[in-house]
Design a protein around this ligand. Structure first.
Ligand code: IMP
Length: 429
């Protein structure tokens, strides 16, 4: 491990980052999440129990790793308290293993209501958000009216919250003048009492995480940063506006944690041996036929947070090259090699044909993306049962040829290979 290792999703999320994080956490003293909120969701199986980790860095499941919620996150306290209760119920010493940045932005009920109202107002051009209030919470942050963790303990919290509740009510009524439930749903006294209670319960975890992390580095501790969402959902570099409201690329890991760029060593990019997307937006290698359905079924591609069926398609190396450039990937993790190996023939997108111009360079321009046709290279599949393979050498030749091609095209070694659903079903090279 380097001082700080970063794990990043390369496509549209749900690449299986949790599995790599789980492995790396064994050697890490601290696991940090830097961006997003409970729109994320790793499902991790540990000790026969399935944990849906939405906010808490899943590194905490190692039992020794300190989990840090970085300043770049947006936090729904209720969801976090449920996660804490669940972890405690399964014997985790959360009180000594969780720290929350005092600068984290708090999600309030009006953020979730606005998320849904804005989606409704978009009509046919909705983004397909998770409805967790992520976008509206980040809007408040950047507009500088957000309420941060530390504000919950200030004397003027009540006043600040009252102002926020009143102004959001007016906004919600603007979006939907016929909605008669707004006043009741945003009862200020009720929200104030609820969030005051959350504040009390979360107080022991509040921390100046920037100082904490840097002191830890000075003591030679190892840190992993757990990316949430993924490169193509990045607010700047993704297929805007079909993106999330944070920077899940490597820059967001720095600004969302206070770690410095110079501290980062390994940047692991996680992909599946195919691709998937939830929500709306362009997707060049999407398969709208029975092959796409087969990938969905074989790969169990249904959302952890929203349970929506995921859109599925072949692996897109044009996108992966873009992710490599943006994030400075030093190694790759290819998950679901077993799943793709069940097909007779496997396709991989090696270029886009944009109205006759063939390119290997990704663009976020929606007009170009929506008309781009994938140029495929075909591989032999039928890998057989690879679940028992514990080394790369044991893999069948077809599987090796597939991995080798990805490495050669991207110019980055594949260090982790997912060979099955289990926590340990992973080859490490
Ligand atoms: P939001 O983050 O809820 O605002 O949703 C914006 C877009 O990002 C939607 O297309 C979501 O489906 C997608 N999204 C957000 N979080 C995740 C995630 O953890 N995995 C996959 N897609 C996500």
């Amino acid at each position: 491990m380097s001082k700080v290792d970063v794990v990043i999703g390369c496509f549209y999320g749900d690449e299986g980052k949790g599995k790599v994080i789980d492995y790396l956490a064994e050697h890490a003293d601290i696991a940090v999440r830097a961006t997003g909120g409970d729109n994320a969701g790793h499902t991790i199986e540990a000790g026969g129990v399935k944990y849906a980790m939405r906010l808490t860095p899943s590194g905490i499941l190692s039992g020794h790793t300190i989990a840090v919620l970085g300043n770049g996150m947006v936090l729904n306290p209720q969801v976090l308290l449920e996660e804490i209760a669940n972890l405690k119920a399964h014997g985790f010493d959360v009180d000594h293993h969780l720290k929350i940045s005092e600068k984290v932005q708090i999600i309030f009920p009006y953020h979730r209501m606005l998320d849904r109202a804005l989606e409704k107002a978009r009509g046919g051009s909705k983004i397909g958000t998770t409805g967790k209030g992520i976008g509206p919470a980040y809007c408040d942050k950047y507009e500088r009216s957000g309420i941060r963790m530390e504000d919950l303990y200030e004397a003027n919290f009540k006043e600040k919250l009252q102002h926020a509740v009143e102004s959001k009510k007016a906004l919600l009524k603007f979006y939907d003048p016929e909605d008669t439930t707004i006043d009741e749903a945003l009862d200020f006294e009720k929200i104030y009492a609820e969030y005051s209670s959350y504040a009390e319960q979360l107080k022991p975890y509040m921390c100046d995480t920037v100082t904490y992390l840097h002191k830890a580095l000075e003591e030679d501790k190892n840190v992993i940063v757990e990316g949430a969402q993924a490169t193509l959902l990045d607010i700047d570099f993704g297929s805007y506006p079909y993106v999330t409201s944070s920077n899940p690329t490597v820059g967001g890991m720095v600004t969302g944690s206070g770690l410095s760029a110079g501290d980062i060593g390994n940047v692991y990019g996680v992909i599946k041996a195919y691709s998937s997307r939830v929500g709306e937006g362009p997707y060049v290698t999407e398969l709208l036929d029975e092959t796409g359905d087969k990938i969905r079924e074989l790969g169990h591609e249904y959302g952890t947070v929203t349970h929506r069926p995921r859109r599925c398609g072949w692996l897109d190396l044009v996108t992966l090259k873009y992710a490599k450039r943006l994030n400075g990937l030093t190694a790759l993790c290819v998950n679901h090699l077993d799943t793709i190996g069940k097909f007779d023939k496997i396709k991989v997108c090696v270029a886009y044909d944009c109205n006759g111009t063939v390119t290997e360079d990704f663009t976020t321009n929606l007009t170009v993306l929506n008309s781009a046709k994938p140029v495929y290279k075909e591989f032999d599949g039928n890998f057989g049962d690879i679940s028992g393979c514990t080394t790369y050498e044991e893999l069948p030749e077809n599987a090796k040829a597939y991995i080798r091609f990805i490495e050669e095209y991207i110019g980055v070694p594949v260090k982790f290979i997912g060979t099955g659903a289990g926590r340990d079903a992973m080859i490490v090279r």
